[in-house]
Design a protein. Structure first.
Length: 439
């Protein structure tokens, strides 16, 4: 994928203006693709995924249960997930046995907490960012309670400095250094879902290990978005979903990484799909796990979900995997930012809190090495109806982004299928919407 000239948009099916209920589309027809800038929430459907899912439905219809062992297209259902793991391993920077394609993000996070969160009287705290994704917060509180700890005492939430929106690296590292002896687990989002901040993962992992704690990552907004080197960074574990930048479809199957140094540790939550492949169908009473992360699998996966993910991953391979995707992403996001800050109602972040008239700022940092594809825009005045009115207006023009309460709209120009022209049109419509709003 040449970042200067080409996208793979022809490999994807994008929603239409009519499908998203655009009512004011000026430069395209109702059946033309909308401006889909929400791949950070749900990626678009790849044509390859559509083909593979239809093929699996056909195999189910024609062969039934025999598809597990004698698949006419060579994708036996007993091992089909093994076609995903090599590509996932490359995307997250891991060895293939360190990766498993399984479950859902929150389920996998619970599994990892059960496995790695072993609090003692001295070392029991969990360090995370304030306003982590809600499911993560629920998981941390659940496991604190499970071990008889009050989450208010056990969970340390890192907040930005007063008047700021993203965490400074030095502040994160300072807390790890200061409270290290009491920290059992550090688990942050690779890319923060609200602000779009890409945390300095390697530095945080290194500091965590120096403090004697376990380091895990929630990569929901990072996988397929930014380059990762989990093995080389010595990350202990990571979990992710695949329906955002990896385009696996609504509620698609998730992923799990465990560093190979933990291979001798057996999962405390065994299931038959984690059994050695040759032993699964012997139905024996003794659990003999696959070595590595795949030994943590519990149940046979949904074949249709695997097929949908596999189709998208094959497009990633065609694109050149993360080096090419990242190069295109840097171009798109930088271009989008340049357009946004030239709008008449753009306000520098330092002036945002004092704004009493309509406007917006960007709360995602300007350093490309501290963000992925997402730019989070804060609409002003804070606490007004501005964000909701802007969101409604954008949708009317066929610009699909997503909102985050109370005042944020996120634009995510996805390198697999968005273009520079998408950025231009989205910003043009945003300008028109902003000019029309009166609070």
């Amino acid at each position: 994928m040449n970042p200067q000239t080409h996208t793979l948009s022809d490999e994807f099916v994008l929603p239409t203006n009519k499908g998203v209920h655009a009512t004011r589309q000026l430069d395209q027809a109702a059946d033309d693709p909308c401006i889909y800038l929400v791949g950070n929430s749900l990626g678009a459907l790849s044509k390859r995924s559509e083909t593979l899912v239809k093929e699996e439905l056909g195999v189910w219809a024609s062969t039934g249960v025999e598809g597990h062992f004698a698949h006419p297209l060579g994708r036996e259902w007993t091992t089909i997930q093994d076609q995903c793991t090599p590509i996932l391993a490359k995307i997250v920077g891991a060895k293939e046995p360190e990766v498993a394609c399984m479950g859902t993000l929150t389920t996998n996070l619970h599994l990892m907490m059960t496995t790695f969160y072993k609090p003692t009287s001295e070392r029991f705290k969990i360090l995370c960012e304030a306003k982590a994704f809600p499911s993560d917060q629920y998981v941390f509180a659940s496991h604190s309670n499970l071990h008889g700890r009050d989450p208010a005492e056990a969970v340390i939430e890192l907040s930005p400095r007063a008047g700021e929106y993203f965490l400074r690296s030095e502040d994160i590292l300072a807390v790890i250094a200061e409270q290290g002896p009491s920290i059992a687990l550090v688990i942050l989002s690779g890319v923060q879902y609200y602000t779009g901040q890409w945390f300095p993962m390697q530095a945080i992992t290194r500091a965590t290990k120096a403090a004697g704690a376990i380091c895990g990552w929630d990569l929901a907004h990072a996988v397929g978005n930014v380059p990762l080197s989990l093995h080389d960074w010595d990350v202990d574990f990571a979990v992710w979903c695949t329906y955002k930048y990896l385009n696996s479809g609504p509620g698609g199957i998730a992923g799990l990484y465990i560093h190979e140094k933990w291979d001798a540790q057996q999962t405390p939550n065994a299931g038959w799909w984690g059994q050695e492949v040759g032993k699964r169908f012997e139905m024996g009473p003794t659990f003999r796990p696959i070595k590595g992360a795949q030994g943590y699998q519990q149940s046979n996966p949904c074949i249709l979900a695997i097929a949908a993910l596999l189709g998208s991953l094959q497009i990633f391979e065609k694109a050149g995997l993360m080096p090419a995707v990242r190069a295109r992403s840097l171009e798109l996001t930088g271009y989008l930012e340049g357009l946004l800050i030239k709008l008449p109602l753009f306000v520098p972040l330092a002036e945002a809190n004092a704004r009493t008239t309509p406007g917006f700022t960007i709360i995602t940092g300007s350093d490309p090495e501290a963000r992925g594809a997402q730019l989070s825009m804060l609409f002003l005045p804070i606490g007004s109806e501005m964000m909701r009115q802007v969101s409604k207006g954008l949708t009317s023009f066929g610009v699909i982004a997503d909102t985050r309460e109370p005042d944020v709209i996120r634009f995510a120009p996805t390198p697999m299928y968005n273009s520079l022209r998408d950025c231009e049109r989205a910003v043009g419509y945003l300008d028109e919407v902003l000019r029309s709003i009166k609070l």
